[in-house]
Structures are given as C-alpha cells and as structure tokens.
Design a protein around this ligand. Structure first.
Ligand code: SF4
Length: 318
C-alpha cells in the first residue's frame, strides 16, 4: 500500500476486481466530469464540463510517477481513474507516453466515460494505453439523459460513433462497461439499441455492472441476478460478463488489512461519508470506496442516506 502521504495525484495500489493490483492516477479535482451519473460513487458532479485543461500540473504527476515507480513496485496496472473523467485532462496522452517510455514494464489502463472520443485529438492521446474501459449505459438519447445526465453539448450518437472509431484506431483491448439500472436501460427497446451499438463497437469484453450501494439519487436500485442474466441474454454479445462479486478477500488481487481496520475503527466511533474517511485517514476517496465495498460485502458496515450524502457505520450500530 502507498503510505507516502506526499503523493497528491497517485493513489493505492487499490484492489481491483478487473485490474488486479492497480496504482491509480487522478488527474482532475473532485468531482470534475462531463457526466453526473445517478450511480456515481464519487457523489454529485460539481464541475460539469467538456473543457479540457491541465487541471493538475503534468510535471507534478510525472515527478510522483518517477518517485513511485523507481522502486519497481509489483503492479498489474497503472490506471487513469479517480475523482472524475480523466480524459478531461489535456495531458492524459503525454503522461501515458511518459510511463511507457520510462517504465515500459508496466501495463496502463484508462477508466473513462468515453464521452470525448468523438474528438480525434482525444482518441489519438489514448492510443498508447493497453486497455481502455469506457462506459456506455444507454444507446438512446432518453436513457442517456436519465442515467448519465451529461453536459448539454454531448449526444449519444456521436459518443457511439467515437467508440466505433476508437475501435478502428486502437490496437489494445476495449472492455465496455454497462451499468444496469432497472426500469431505465433494461427495457426491450433499450437493450436492443445497446446490442446494436455493442456489435458496432466490437469490444473484447462487455462488463455488466449494477448498484451495490446507494447512488446519487435515492430511487435507483440494484438489478437482481435474474435481471442481470436477462440483460446479458438480450445483449447477445459473446464477450459479455456479469461483473461478479467476490465471495471473499481472496477473490481480490490485493487489499490492505491496515486500511480496512482503520476504516472499521473510524466508522465504529461515528458514521462517516467517503469524504470524511478520506480526510481522516489521508487516503484517496477511490481507495476508501474499494475498501468500503469489501466491508459491505463482508457484512461489517452498512450505509444510510443523510444530509451530507451516504454515511457508513458499523453493522453493529443501531
Ligand atoms: S462518468 Fe464516472 S465519474 Fe463521471 S459521474 Fe459518471 S460515474 Fe461519476
């Protein structure tokens, strides 16, 4: 685990189901995104934008990467992810190229909402990644608006075309993520539109995900196993997998017992939001999110909606 509190743009390594031991790079301030998804784990978008900038200095990110990677840590991936949409940072490509030229032994992944790939300049910047994990929650404008609540300049047809173009130009793997929201994107019409889009994009994998804790809005619920299976069958795409929940910590590539214990101790004293925990424990919110997920799955903590967002507390508290 990265205990150096001086890193401002790196977090983890975090245990990731899909990416194993993953060092995170966070390139935008919380919560800067071109979407305001109803299921976002990072809370409401405070800066809804498609403007690309050097939100954090490229030189600082490179310095931190140099410092961390010079110790030759064991990692499965270095992952662009974090508190918003990474491709909004104008230096995503430069930083990826830096990693590939200075530390060629590491694989690099990008978790993205895919909204900016209509722009050839953005597609060119991500060509050096090994894996791109874009999301596509609906292929209809109505579903897209309801789930992802995007910037007004974005439209879903352009985004799908951008993903199709990315597929033609990018030689690495594309793992497309679809977040299943019962009652919105699991109707026959929605699944059929998504199926058509997925065939055109032709990703190596399609990963179906659903809510595993309260979303930004109160009415959203998780899809049941039966609903997920039905969705997968309707999609009818060979590389489709339902993102499984590990039955134990051993199902995760890496985890920090210390971080889990610190979170348990803190929420046993008082209910905390992810932001509270990140501030008290000096860990990145994404790192906190990963451990909270495990603790919920193990039945050790529970959540409750409160005035400042979702609070987590010990399952033993009333
Ligand atoms: S795209 Fe990702 S970071 Fe942005 S609002 Fe949606 S889930 Fe959150």
């Amino acid at each position: 685990m990265n205990n150096n509190k001086n890193y401002r743009h790196l977090f983890g390594p975090v245990p990731s189901r899909r990416l194993g031991i993953s060092l995170g790079i966070d390139l935008v301030p919380l919560k800067t995104c071109s979407y305001n998804c109803i299921y976002c784990e990072c809370g409401r978008t405070t800066l809804l934008t498609t403007e690309r900038h050097e939100y954090v200095p490229i030189a600082e990110v490179k310095e931190e990467l140099y410092s961390y990677l010079s110790g030759s840590p064991t990692l499965d991936f270095i992952t662009f992810s974090g508190s918003g949409e990474p491709t909004l940072h104008s230096g995503t490509g430069e930083i990826c190229r830096y990693i590939k030229s200075s530390f060629p032994g590491y694989r690099v992944a990008l978790l993205t909402n895919g909204s900016l790939f209509y722009d050839k300049g953005v597609r060119d910047e991500v060509l050096d990644m090994d894996v791109i994990v874009p999301s596509l929650d609906s292929a209809t404008e109505a579903g897209f608006m309801k789930i992802d609540r995007p910037c007004s300049s974005l439209n879903v047809d352009e985004i799908i075309t951008g993903l199709v173009d990315l597929r033609k130009e990018f030689s690495g793997e594309i793992w497309l993520e679809i977040f299943v929201v019962p009652g919105i994107n699991d109707t026959e019409e929605e699944i059929s539109a998504l199926s058509e889009a997925v065939q055109k994009i032709a990703p190596e994998r399609v990963q179906l995900n659903t809510l595993d804790r309260p979303g930004v809005v109160g009415w959203i619920r998780a899809a049941t196993d039966v609903e997920m299976e039905k969705f997968a069958a309707g999609l009818d795409y060979e590389g489709t997998e339902i993102t499984g929940r590990p039955s134990s910590r051993s199902g995760i590539g890496s985890f920090s017992g210390d971080a889990m214990e610190s979170i348990m101790q803190t929420v046993s004293r008082r209910p905390c939001t992810v932001e509270d925990l990140a501030s008290v424990l000096e860990l990145h919110p994404n790192e906190i999110n990963k451990y909270i997920q495990l603790l919920i799955e193990e039945g050790k903590i529970r959540d409750k909606r409160g005035d400042r967002g979702i609070f987590f507390m010990s399952s033993e508290d009333n």
